[in-house]
Design a protein around this ligand. Structure first.
Ligand SMILES: [Mg+2]
Length: 124
């Protein structure tokens, strides 16, 4: 079976650890990680993701900017994206959905809910 590739761009090490732990509960995934927005964009562009998880507040380049850049490239148009942001940021949800993201989760991440969303989007 072909492994599914999940790309995560997150600058908070604690959250990255949590994402890693949740994703490891799902069999046959390859996880690719980056903490800086601009480097995350390059990593994703050079890869072949089945799912992209983007923190919104990132150094150098925001998750929304990464998303906008990738939407200009045909092969990323059918890739599912999950935007992740802090619950404390008022108006973020509206801004993120307006940017075109279909999926949005807020921190603190709820493990069960997040895992189910990932599995739904990956169809595993
Ligand atoms: Mg962040």
């Amino acid at each position: 079976m072909k492994k599914k590739k999940v790309y995560v761009v997150e600058d908070n090490e604690k959250n990255m650890k949590l994402f890693r732990a949740i994703l490891k509960l799902i069999p046959d995934l390859d996880i690719f990680e980056e903490s800086r927005g601009d480097l995350g964009l390059e990593l994703i562009k050079s890869g072949d993701p089945d799912l992209v998880i983007l923190d919104i507040q990132l150094p150098e380049m925001s998750g929304i900017e990464i998303y906008n850049e990738l939407q200009k490239i045909e092969r990323f148009k059918n890739v599912p994206f999950i935007a992740v942001t802090s619950f404390a940021m008022k108006g973020d949800k509206e801004r993120i959905l307006a940017a075109g993201f279909d999926n949005y989760v807020s921190k603190p991440i709820k493990i069960h809910e997040f895992r189910e969303l990932v599995q739904k989007l990956l169809k595993v």
